[in-house]
Design a protein around this ligand. Structure first.
Ligand code: SAM
Length: 216
């Protein structure tokens, strides 16, 4: 069988998987913008971070699946502030800015939009891969670290941070810093996350805020 070059084979496999993916069909049926929406739904069904009235920041929000789920769950008294390099079609209950989160101005811009502390910082950001393993690894870790730093700056005590990481990609330093700043840190792999992908989520809950650590 003629398969063409590597890239066209992988695009073909991607398309095939996409067409046969029950989550893709379900997202379409339910008017959700991405199959990724089910990952957040699943995580939140289990850990209940998106409470009514909560204030949420969604980093790397395009095309908007997570923002849709978040806006629905926090309801009209809540707030969803979202950012992405790519534009998204407007979503009810979501304030969006098209911007690179790694821009110096981005954290301040988001804070101004929030106009107060956040209860949850979500990050489904994924850097474009270059194919160079070490470079890709550093880019991914860099984005998660920036997201975690931002979360520390904006979260109210008791707040939560949920971020996409990759198996083998969570640096020990980041994990220990999160364990210091949050009561519980866990790795979660929702069923909607393809089992053949190295994608994994890190969920940190119970942000300690500025309170000094209890040392007994
Ligand atoms: N959670 C989204 C949903 O449910 O529709 C899907 C997010 S997608 C997997 C990852 C997104 O991260 C992409 O849209 C990409 O543009 C964005 N992204 C990557 N690096 C970024 C950066 N530096 N600043 C802002 N967005 C970024």
């Amino acid at each position: 069988m003629k398969t063409g070059n590597k890239r066209s084979l992988s695009s073909k496999l991607w398309l095939e998987r996409q067409l046969n993916d029950p989550y893709v069909a379900r997202a379409k049926r339910e008017g959700l913008r991405s199959r990724a929406a089910f990952k957040l739904t699943e995580i939140d069904d289990k850990y209940r971070v998106l409470r009514p009235g909560a204030r949420v920041v969604d980093l790397g929000a395009a095309p908007g699946g997570w923002s849709q789920v978040a806006a629905k769950r926090v309801g009209p008294k809540g707030r969803v502030v979202a950012i992405d390099l790519l534009d998204i079609d407007p979503l009810e209950g979501v304030e969006f800015v098209q911007m690179d989160f790694t821009d110096d101005d981005a954290p301040e811009r988001l804070k101004a939009m929030l106009d107060g502390p956040a209860d949850i910082v979500l990050s489904d950001m994924a850097a474009n891969t270059t194919g160079h393993r070490r470079t890709d690894h550093l880019k991914i870790v860099g984005l998660v670290e920036m997201a975690a730093e931002f979360a520390r700056q904006v979260l109210a005590p008791g707040g939560a941070f949920l971020a996409k990481v990759f198996q083998g990609g969570t640096e020990g330093a980041l994990l220990s810093a999160l364990k210091r700043d949050f009561a519980i840190v866990r790795h979660v792999k929702p069923a909607a996350s393809r089992s053949d992908s190295a994608e994994l989520y890190l969920l940190a809950t119970g942000f300690r805020g500025d309170a000094p650590p209890a040392d007994g």
